[in-house]
Design a protein around this ligand. Structure first.
Ligand SMILES: [Ca+2]
Ligand SMILES: [Ca+2]
Ligand SMILES: [Ca+2]
Length: 478
């Protein structure tokens, strides 16, 4: 009894000291083994920085504008961009002149059908099941003049599985899953599902020889303006292409073609860092996914053999006007990042410790400071916690799509940011992860890691079940 009381007293005193000197107790603390934090770091709980974080755990968690986005013009543009993201386009000609020009071939009628509530796409659970957002990129061997992919001559660089009524869709994606069984060193069993894809109902002849396919789902579109202004020098400093430090991890930047500046620049967006800017990513999505032309991509998405596609009426030249395209860029640059939940809980801090210890943070780099954004001061000089290095990593044969994209090989993927990942379930009612959504939860996503991340995956598997759970809880608190 005495002992308990003494312990209680000590705790009480510690508590009082902590309240008096809250900063001292919350300060970054190293554990006895070295440089691991055992309390929350400054700024960690507001991962989008001071001006771009919103504490909301509702289904709208990904849909808020950055609180620091000021100015009536910006607010209006965000609002307009939001409506262009969410509303359906219709076939031309139509009475709604601002939103016609859908297709002729397309994958979805709006951005938000794949990024539902600004969140994550959901691949079909079984063959024929509905999918929100799985698309298949296509190319044939070789490199184009600007260093990019060479599209299939009949199907282009993406399979468009829908079309306006007068035109044939290109085909349909069929998916099935093979079960893979495994066990942790402690004997706990796990099961993964490996997707197998086939293209059916092909309406424009066979694919060219050597066709390569890359199935991908759409990511949550939060905090992207912040990622756009992490300095190039920071990414080059994190890169270690020849693995000079010998840790088995050799991240490198992708260089991709900037269509506006006509120069190769560092790629940041997409699963292979295959797009350089949010403008080009969005304009590319308008054309490739919805069939909407813009000043950046003025030609309809039709191949030579697709005569019905070529002769269909358009919805203007271009179909989305520059001002609306710009509003989309304002929107997609300024979606706030959700605040962390329960970041200081003991289990979550323990998970964070093992996240660092098993080497996850070597690629999922927690912290960056953004550079200067030319337009939005809220995005400048922000301390952010996206958990990515934006670099390409060889993730091994199991995850490889075998389809190079600029400098990215068929086995390389960009480290995805992990911020917001724990709210995907709340927003999108599913927890499908990785580039094609094959992982059914965080644990499966980790177990798919290979290549440069194999050592890290093995270290995770060696943890006790309790520590593994804590790592997963930590990720779900992001
Ligand atoms: Ca069109
Ligand atoms: Ca196509
Ligand atoms: Ca290295």
């Amino acid at each position: 009894m005495k002992k308990i009381r003494r312990k209680y007293h000590t705790l009480l005193i510690m508590g009082v000291v902590c309240v008096l000197a809250i900063h001292a107790c919350r300060k970054d603390t190293l554990d006895p083994l070295g440089n691991e934090y055992i309390s929350t770091e400054e700024g960690e709980e507001t991962p989008g920085g001071k001006w771009n974080t919103v504490a909301d755990v509702s289904t709208n968690a990904f849909s808020f504008s950055s609180p620091g986005l000021t100015g009536a013009d910006n607010q209006t543009a965000f609002f307009v961009g939001n409506s262009f993201f969410k509303q359906n386009w219709v076939a031309a000609p139509a009475s709604t002149l601002a939103r016609d020009g859908l297709g002729p071939t397309f994958n979805a009628r709006s951005c938000s059908s794949c990024h539902l509530k600004d969140g994550r796409g959901n691949p079909p659970a079984y063959d024929g099941a509905p999918s929100t957002g799985l698309l298949v990129r296509l190319s044939v061997p070789g490199v184009s003049n600007n260093g990019g992919v060479i599209p299939d001559p009949n199907y282009g660089d993406q399979l468009n599985d829908q079309a306006i009524p007068t035109v044939d869709a290109e085909g349909t994606i069929s998916i099935s899953y093979k079960t893979i069984n495994g066990t942790y060193p402690d004997g706990t069993a796990y099961e993964l599902q490996e997707p197998v894809y086939a293209i059916k109902d092909m309406k424009y002849g066979p694919f060219a020889a050597g066709i390569m396919m890359s199935p991908r789902v759409g990511q949550q579109v939060i905090g992207l303006g912040l990622l756009e202004v992490i300095e190039d020098s920071r990414l080059l400093e994190l890169a270690d292409e020849t693995d000079a430090n010998g840790d088995g991890i050799s991240g490198r930047v992708n260089y991709v073609w900037d269509m506006k500046r006509h120069v190769a620049v560092i790629g940041r967006f997409g699963w292979k860092a295959n797009q350089p800017t949010l403008h080009q990513q969005s304009a590319g999505a308008f054309l490739g996914d919805i069939g909407i032309t813009s000043s950046l991509f003025p030609d309809q998405n039709c191949t030579g053999i697709q005569t019905g596609c070529m002769s269909s009426p358009d919805g203007g030249k271009p179909e989305i006007e520059d001002a609306d395209m710009d509003a989309m860029v304002v929107y997609i640059s300024n979606l706030a990042v959700p605040a962390r939940r329960n970041a200081g809980d003991a289990a979550i801090l323990n998970g964070k410790k093992y996240f660092n210890r098993t080497g996850c943070a070597a690629c999922h780099v927690p912290r960056h400071v953004t550079g200067t954004h030319p337009r939005f001061t809220n995005l400048s000089a922000q301390t952010i916690f996206p958990y990515t290095d934006l670099l390409l990593h060889d993730m091994g044969p199991a995850l490889a799509d075998g389809r190079p994209d600029f400098l990215a090989t068929g086995a390389e993927w960009r480290t995805p940011p992990l911020w917001g990942i724990g709210l995907i379930h709340t927003v999108n009612s599913h927890t499908r992860l990785l580039h094609d959504g094959r992982a059914r939860n965080v644990e499966e996503a980790i177990l798919w890691h290979g290549g440069e991340a194999e050592k890290s995956r093995e270290a995770f598997k060696m943890l006790t079940e309790a520590n593994r759970k804590d790592v997963i809880s930590f990720i779900n608190s992001l």
